[in-house]
Design a protein around this ligand. Sequence first.
Ligand code: PEP
Ligand code: MN
Length: 449
Amino acid sequence: MTRVSTQIPTLEQLHALNPVQQPTYADTDLLNRVTAELRKRPPLVFAGECDELRGKLADVAAGRAFILQGGDCAETFDTGTAIDIRGKLRVLLSMAVVLTYAAQVPVVKLGRLAGQYAKPRSNDTETRGGVVLPAYRGDAVNGLDFTEQSRRHDPNRLMEVYNHSAATLNLIRAFVTGGFADLRAVHSWNQDFVRNSGVEVRYESMADEIERALAFMVACGVDKEAFRTVDFYSSHEALVLPYEHAMTRIDSRTDTPYNTSAHMVWIGERTRQVDGAHVQFARHLRNPIGVKIGPSMTGDEVVALADALDPQHEPGRLTLISRMGAGKVRTALPPLVRAVEATGRSVAWVCDPMHGNTFETANGYKTRAFSQVVDEMNGFFDVHEELGTWPGGVHMELTGDDVTECVGGVADALAEADLPNRYETACDPRLNRNQSLELAFLIAERLTD
Ligand code: PEP
Ligand code: MN
């Protein structure tokens, strides 16, 4: 059995802190059996890879790299097929090429993938037609079907999380090293998008420039191998503590604890209390840590969080992911950036333009407007431009499919009435492939300003 340091609080100690957003399991013996089994399973990622990622995030914090983090709001066991994973990877790699060219710095590619199976919820229950059942908390906890049986919190699902994460990560590793990520192929997908999406006039010249840059590099004899593979890292919200704790191992090289369920984990807006169990757990991990910060956050609070999670002022350790909403980002973000920068530490600032812009349509769909997503992203760039800090990246909910979950976009111009056509998300609405690529070109315009 793998050792876990006494430095990491035990699960019992974490539960004594009354963690929020946790499953309630009727059968604790079963939970203990599942977590004991998980502790014996091989790690999904290696400590050295987490260190490598921390180094790249240090470059982001220093203004020498840009983060692209994205994937489903909630992965599900059913939809994690090869085609689905390939589609998400394809759109992320497509976006990364555009951003790399525009920013002229490396783009750190992070999937909301291979572990994003648990969701915090605003309400513990859901009511339909007078029937009240526990809310869906992600496939890690219960099922999406609205039946008593499916909504029961089942510890066996944590083993499924491990198995699906392992299979997803295995396929991603094969794709990114096995030729799928070839830069020339990715660029040709982007050219198809530009040609067929109705945005060709705006983006044609950038696509042509990338084409010429590629041809130039090939003509110069630049190592073609470097075109063929990319680094790709996994990340998810560290929410369900029994799972995250069971996947935490002591690295034999350094004798320090790593959460081996993902390269990076983040703490959500609802679980970021500085004395709460999630922060008290994450502060001991050597993985790079993200924290979502919303509009209610104060400068003192963000500094207290940074002190807890990054006491050594270590570049690359901490990524602050702001999710303010388009209407608030320009006023709510600057005091937080100023407060953190005044401590002298170097963090990566990332924009999540999704979670502050969710609303419900008259026909009952949870959606986001592409225009508001773009507005928050632009607000984020404006704030950092004004303060002289580096806008370090973006955090998106997206998919490679042509779903109809967010309204707007030039290529698709989705209206509220289109939402029922392909509304497939298990939780929050995602940008579809065209909307994602369009956003990448818009971010590219800001990066080349
Ligand atoms: C999420 O990323 O899906 C999420 C719930 O975000 P937040 O914690 O920012 O609300
Ligand atoms: Mn979400």
